[in-house]
Ligand binder design. Structure first.
Ligand SMILES: [Zn+2]
Length: 205
């Protein structure tokens, strides 16, 4: 595909087709760092929905994310189904995580992805200071499927504005293997890679 090399050119990317890659449940030293290395190699910016308990342990990885142009969002402190938690606990999960992310990066996140995508009117109301970001393409990588299956799940469901769900679990081999191909094929198909806030037209911090 000769055209992939020109994917940064304005005329070629002006197709309106965009992909926002998102990576949940980090940060960590292994998988998240590998994802960052791949994104850096391809000059792609992505969105990382981070768990507070992980963020506390890996502030340097968060700083690297922000320093390399990625967006960091809130994914709760300990990954509960928030629809089953009390009002106070929902607020605590959000607030504690935002404080940790702010302490590490200097930026207070405005993007929020509820664990499991589980959200109801009450949680929405409690999280009203945030932009809730779900997804419309799932890589299904949490099933620990191999790289070709991850790639197939994403490519088969791409739409003009795709928010793609990946994870950066320590053992997420499938996504690490698939990612370079997804980026190369996505560009060859005329997609531009953007952060979730940019796709949704909202402020990330
Ligand atoms: Zn998650």
């Amino acid at each position: 595909m000769q055209r992939a090399a020109n994917s940064q050119d304005k005329p070629f990317t002006a197709t309106g087709k965009r992909i926002a890659l998102t990576f949940d449940d980090g940060p960590n030293e292994g998988a998240a760092a590998t994802v960052l290395d791949i994104l850096q190699r391809y000059e792609v910016q992505a969105t990382f929905f981070c768990i507070g308990a992980q963020a506390q342990k890996h502030p340097a990885v968060l700083r690297r994310m922000v320093g390399e142009g990625h967006v960091v969002g809130n994914h709760s402190y300990s990954h509960p189904d928030l629809t089953k938690e009390s009002d106070d606990e929902v607020i605590r999960q959000l607030e504690r995580t935002s404080e940790i992310l702010k302490e590490a990066t200097g930026l207070r996140p405005r993007l929020f992805r509820p664990p499991f995508g589980s959200v109801d009117d009450r949680v929405k109301s409690l999280a009203r200071d945030y932009h809730i970001v779900l997804w419309n393409v799932s890589s299904e990588d949490w099933r620990r499927i191999p790289g070709p299956a991850v790639a197939a799940n994403v490519l088969a469901h791409l739409q003009d504005e795709s928010i793609v769900l990946h994870h950066c679990f320590e053992d997420i081999r499938g996504t690490l293997d698939a990612l370079p191909y997804l980026i190369e094929i996505g560009r060859a198909l005329g997609y531009e890679f953007v952060t979730a806030d940019s796709m949704l037209g909202v402020s990330p911090y």
